[in-house]
Design a protein around this ligand. Sequence first.
Ligand SMILES: C[S@@+](CC[C@H](N)C(=O)[O-])C[C@H]1O[C@@H](n2cnc3c(N)ncnc32)[C@H](O)[C@@H]1O
Length: 327
Amino acid sequence: MALTVTDLFAGGGGSSEGLRRAGYDIWIATNHWPVSVATHQTNHPDTEHRTADLTNTSFGTYPRTDVLWASPSCTRHSVASRTRQGSTEDELRRDTADKVDRATAFAVLAAAEIHGYEAVIVENVREFQNWVLFPMWLAGMRALGYREQIVHLNAAEVGPVPVAQDRRRLFIVFTRDGRVDLTVPTVPRTPVTTILDPDAPFEVLGDRRLYVSPQIDSIPDIDVPHVVTYRRNAKPRRADTQQLYTITAGGNHHALAMRTADGPVHRWLTTLELSRAQGFSDSYVFTGTDSQVRRQIGNAVAVNVAQFLGERVAAALGEQQPDLVAA
Ligand SMILES: C[S@@+](CC[C@H](N)C(=O)[O-])C[C@H]1O[C@@H](n2cnc3c(N)ncnc32)[C@H](O)[C@@H]1O
C-alpha cells in the first residue's frame, strides 16, 4: 500500500507532485487561494481539496494520513520581505488579514497533535529559523514526540535530475526517531539550456536600454545565450553551463539575452520554461492569469526536492513499518 499524505499550504502543487512521483497517495490538499486550489484539483483529481484559511481550521475534520507535508506561508520571514514591509512591530500595527501570516506555522502543530502523523515534513525559507518563536514552535513538535532533522537543500543539487535553478530552502523532517537518511549524493547540475524553448523569439534591442542592459553589456562572448535577472547585483549566467537564480512569486525576473554581431537581443522566460525550472512536467496545467501562474510557480516547492524527501521518508518509515511500503 502506498503511503498517504496531507498537503497543507499545497499551492499549485510542487510538493504534491514530488510526493506523487515518490509513490504517495495525496489524500487531501488545502490552500486559502482558490486559484491554486483549482490548479491542484486539475492535476490531482483524485485528491480531496479544501479551500480554507489554515490559521482557523479544525483538523478533526481531516482524515489521518501517514505523512503531513506543510509549507507554511513564508512571506514574513524572508529578508526581502522584511525590508519591503517593515519591522515586526510595523506588521503587528497593521490591521489587515495578512498580519496573522506568521501564525500559519502553528497549523502544523495543530494538525500533528490531532493526527500524530508518522512523519511531518515542513518547508520554508531559511530565515524561518530566525523567527523569534521558532524555538517554541520546535519545542511544540518535540512535545508531540517528534525528533527533527534540519536540512538546507539546493534544488540545483538534488538528483536524480536536479532542476536548472538555484533554490535553497529549509526542510525540517520530523519522525519519531529522527533517523531519516537525508544525505544528498553528488550529481551533475542541469544547465538552463535544457528548459529553453528553442522557438521562442528574441527581441532585437537596438539602442533600447533595459534594467538588465549593464548585465548584457558584460557578457564576454558573442552569440552565447545568458540568463539575465531583474534583481539587484545579479550577474549574467551562461545558459549552457549555469542555473537560474531562485524563481520567486512576485513579478517577472528572468530573461534570456545574447550579444550578437547586430547588437543585443533579449526575451523573457516563458511560464512553461519557469515551470520546467521547478521540475514540473510539460503536461502540468496551471490555472489563472499569467501573473497568477507565475505566482504559483514561484511559490512552489521544487518537484525534485519533494520527491527526494518523500522517497527518503518512505524508506525510513518502511524500515519501521514494512507493510506500509510493501507495494
Ligand atoms: C510556499 S507556498 C506553498 C507551495 C506548495 N507547497 C507548492 O509546492 O506548490 C505557501 C502557500 O500558502 C498559502 N497560504 C498562505 N496563507 C495561508 C492560510 N492562512 N491558509 C491557507 N493557505 C495559505 C499561499 O497561498 C501559498 O500558496
